[in-house]
Design a protein around this ligand. Structure first.
Ligand code: PMP
Length: 366
């Protein structure tokens, strides 16, 4: 039977799950029936087989190489998304009666803080809510508690489109890097824990990368349920239960693509800076028409968010954009407006097409 379907890929600005590199999708397609030398699909092999062992090792090594993660850190692949890390981090890192400090810069860190405050005596030491989460704090804007076990931040708020340009000052940093992981270098050695769900920059939905400083394992409170205790996953090499093998495999291919295509995270950072500048340039030139959400200093290089003075333009913008194959540009349901997510795999041509359209739209309607 012939399946002659015309496949035309659009420019997909989805916030996640999001666009993946085309060479990765092609390799997944080519290897779907049979992994080279294995005789079965990656979907069909045991998580304890030598073939999967190699995939897991390569994926771990890819992260170690790109971020220069040293042996003081474990790299885990877990399920439950970043949402589970909102709970696992305080459960594992904060002994009974103790606390951590949270910087709340948008919807995701707010949810993480809420979880920690519910489980422990943790404190919110900076909250951007009164300013509608348009910025992130600078050193001196917040005071940490000396007894706090860690300082938590979200490097890039996917919904509001604000990003830390560098890590905040504080000891034992814990970072939710879900939406800018792999998009720029990151000094892992300044962190106790860095975690990220894969479905934005690193791979498909289903796997969470957790980079964890080893010495923290010694202080994990006893009595946690097995899956929720980091030690279970460290001891079992991320195979305490059956891990999301396919998602780990695709993440490994994305890491290879980053290495081959860009060579380093410094290089991909430059590429991402050029891409977002195309959009922010239009927003700034038509600032009476496009109302950018983030303050200029803290603009996200991954999620470009803006609104119109008149909400009637939201629908028109999305409809006209879709006619040009520019899709999934709606802001998150909690904030509305427009959000263009331009992760690593979004080509420059896609961002340029969007920038050209925005210019035209402003000229016609502004
Ligand atoms: N943190 C951030 C910054 C996110 O963008 C998301 C997902 N959009 C999450 C946490 C939650 O991730 P998950 O759905 O994998 O639990």
């Amino acid at each position: 039977m012939s399946n002659a379907v015309t496949v035309e890929r659009v420019y997909n600005f989805s916030a996640g799950p999001a666009v993946l590199p085309e060479p990765v999708l092609e390799q997944v397609r080519d290897e779907m029936l049979c992994l080279p030398g294995v005789g079965s699909s990656v979907l069909e092999i045991s998580h304890r087989s030598p073939a999967f062992e190699e995939i897991l090792d390569n994926t771990t090594q890819g992260i170690r190489n790109l971020f220069q993660v040293n042996d003081d850190y474990e790299i885990l692949f877990l399920q439950g998304g970043s949402r589970l890390q909102f709970a696992m981090v305080p459960m594992n890192l904060i002994p009974a009666g103790e606390s951590a400090d949270y910087l709340v810069t948008g919807s995701w860190s707010q949810k993480a803080a809420q979880e920690a405050v519910g489980l422990t005596d943790s404190k919110i030491v900076w909250d951007g809510k009164p300013d509608r989460y348009r910025s992130v704090p600078q050193t001196g804007d917040y005071e940490t508690n000396t007894a706090a076990r860690y300082l938590y931040y979200c490097s890039n708020e996917t919904i509001q489109g604000v990003q830390f340009q560098d890590h905040p000052e504080g000891k034992n940093l814990v970072c939710d890097a879900s939406s800018d992981f792999l998009s720029r270098p990151m000094d892992i050695s300044k962190h106790a824990v860095v975690y990220a769900c894969a479905q934005k920059n690193a791979g498909p939905a289903g796997v969470n990368v957790v980079i964890l400083r080893r010495d923290l394992l010694d202080a994990i409170p006893d009595g946690l349920p097995g899956y929720l205790d980091y030690r279970s996953h460290v001891d079992a090499g991320s195979r305490y239960n059956t891990p999301p093998t396919f998602a780990i495999y695709v993440t490994g291919l994305v890491l290879n693509w980053v290495e081959q295509q860009f060579g380093s995270l410094e290089s991909i950072q430059k590429h991402n800076e050029q891409k977002c500048a195309l959009l922010y340039d239009v927003i700034d030139r038509y600032s009476d028409f496009y109302i950018g959400h983030a303050v200029e200093r803290d603009r996200s290089k991954m999620n470009v968010t803006f609104k119109f003075d008149n909400e009637k333009f939201d629908a028109l913008f999305k409809t006209m954009a879709a006619e040009r194959q520019l899709t999934n540009l709606g802001g998150h349901r909690s904030v509305g407006g427009i959000r263009a997510s331009i992760y690593n795999a979004m080509p420059v041509a896609g961002v340029q097409t969007l920038a050209d359209f925005m210019e035209e739209f402003a000229q016609q309607n502004g």
